[in-house]
Design a binder for this molecule. Structure first.
Ligand code: CMC
Length: 428
């Protein structure tokens, strides 16, 4: 059978052919028929060819570079996973040692960045700080603009993976009015982050090993998720050959929204608002009648249990063993139980996603709610950079520039200001 899609234009009976490759046709195949494809939220549009992350949403499968997420969460460290995403293969002992050294050496921020952060209001949202400060890093490393130079590209990749946790921790310290804690180069990635967050007078901060491992697991689970909203922004900004700092600031801004990485924060606020497991049925009824959404539920791609949510639930148990059970867990479990049985959620294939339980863990670790999306951004930095690197090296990459279907006024003559009459549009 020829790998060709033939379609007929009903307006004039003309037939057109579109070659099929990898179960897809090029939207430009519609051009000879004078048509464009219209897909406002990319519901059925592949924007790239990518070898990084594989998701089968119906089967609940997630793999980075072919490795199942369950195996990585069980056996890998976050830095191994970051290496895997960036370089395409798991590192050898020697490669990992070199990579970890390189990242560790770049965790410090320029003192001017510190002063910049000190200028934020005491109650600045840490995500707003992260977006601003990552963009500002562009001005500290102007050579980063040379995105066609491989050595320069890799230098910025290391800097960003290393520095984002420092910015994140300092945004937390800032919100608490606490002195910023410099990185401790004797510690691993997650342990150093916990030290920058929580160290007080002691010379070295010793994190509980169970909590450190839980954080590694959360970082691994959030490291990449193929062409989601923020990855798409990262690639889109990168397609203009902007440097990775400003591209990543844009991606982080996309992550901030409550429908994306801000959902973990929204889940916690929702659980607090529900207040008690007995109020869950009434809350579910409100969601079903269109009054808001059940945050942490549903996903554009997963139409099955999000595999990350399954692992997180297990991680939550490990964390609660150290910190004590989070009281909001009972409300979350009740919500999940009722929603998984309810026809509204079942028929729409709405299952818990990665954000449903992650907030409970962050809260048990002592993190304020506003920091939750930042906790998502720390590990996603590796994924964004892997997506950016793949994009800038893709021979098919051109500046992202969608088409539109124009719905505005037809041509009309300019009206002098004295002769204009107010219309509904101009008064609103
Ligand atoms: N609660 C109640 N109803 C929902 C929900 C929800 N969480 N999610 C989707 N629906 C309904 C929606 O109202 C619609 O119903 P109908 O067909 O009657 O109009 C149907 O399910 C399909 O929803 P959609 O908005 O077309 O789905 P989408 O693919 O555009 O949205 C989503 C995906 C994740 C934005 C959405 O499920 C949502 O808003 N979830 C809550 C926010 C959330 O948890 N986001 C985190 C996503 S996972 C982390 C990440 O990758 O960023």
């Amino acid at each position: 059978m020829p790998e060709i899609l033939t379609f007929k234009d009903g307006r004039d009976g003309q037939s057109f052919e579109a070659p099929i490759e990898d179960d897809s046709i090029r939207a430009t195949a519609l051009k000879p028929a004078g048509l464009v494809s219209y897909d406002p939220a990319f519901l059925n549009t592949a924007s790239v060819r990518s070898a990084i992350t594989y998701i089968d949403g119906d089967a609940g499968i997630l793999r980075y570079r072919g490795y199942p997420i369950e195996q990585l969460a069980e056996s890998a460290t976050y830095l191994e996973v970051a290496y895997l995403l960036i370089h395409g293969e798991l590192p050898t002992q020697e490669q990992l040692a070199h990579w970890a050294d390189d990242i560790t050496m770049h965790t410090f921020l320029h003192e001017n960045v510190k002063r910049l952060m000190e200028g934020f209001r005491y109650d600045a949202h840490p995500m707003g700080m992260l977006v601003s400060v990552t963009a500002a890093l562009s001005t500290f490393y102007p050579e980063a603009q040379d995105v066609d130079d491989e050595t320069i590209r890799m230098q910025q990749v290391v800097r960003l993976i290393a520095k984002v946790p420092t910015i994140a921790a300092w945004s937390y310290r800032h919100s608490k009015g606490l002195p910023y804690v410099y990185p401790d180069n004797d510690l691993g990635f997650a342990a150093n982050f916990l030290s920058m967050m929580f160290r007080m007078g002691e010379p070295h901060y010793h994190a509980d090993p169970a909590l450190e491992r839980a954080l590694e697991v959360l970082f691994i689970l959030h490291a990449d998720h193929e062409q989601n909203c923020s990855a798409n922004v990262m690639r889109s900004i990168g397609s203009s050959k902007a440097d990775p700092y400003v591209s990543l600031a844009g991606a982080a801004a996309a992550l901030y929204g409550p429908l994306h990485g801000g959902a973990n924060e929204a889940v916690l606020r929702m659980l607090v608002e529900i207040g008690s497991a007995k109020n869950v049925p009434a809350f579910i009824d409100r969601v079903k009648s269109g009054e808001g959404r059940l945050m942490g539920f549903g996903h554009r791609v997963y139409k099955n249990y999000d595999p990350r949510a399954r692992i997180i639930k297990q991680t939550a148990d490990d964390v609660f063993e150290v910190t004590g059970r989070n009281k909001l867990l009972d409300i979350a479990l009740e919500l999940e139980k009722i929603a998984l049985e309810d026809e509204y959620f079942v028929s729409r294939k709405l299952y818990p996603n990665v954000d449903f339980y992650s907030g409970l863990i962050y809260q048990a670790l002592g993190l304020p709610t506003a920091l939750f999306p930042v906790m998502f951004a720390i590990p996603r930095t590796a994924g964004w950079l892997a997506q950016w690197l793949e994009g800038v090296q893709d021979p098919e990459q051109k500046i992202a520039r969608p088409r539109q279907i124009y719905t505005g006024a037809a041509e009309r003559d300019f009206v002098a200001i004295d002769s204009r009459r107010a219309t509904a549009a101009s008064t609103s």
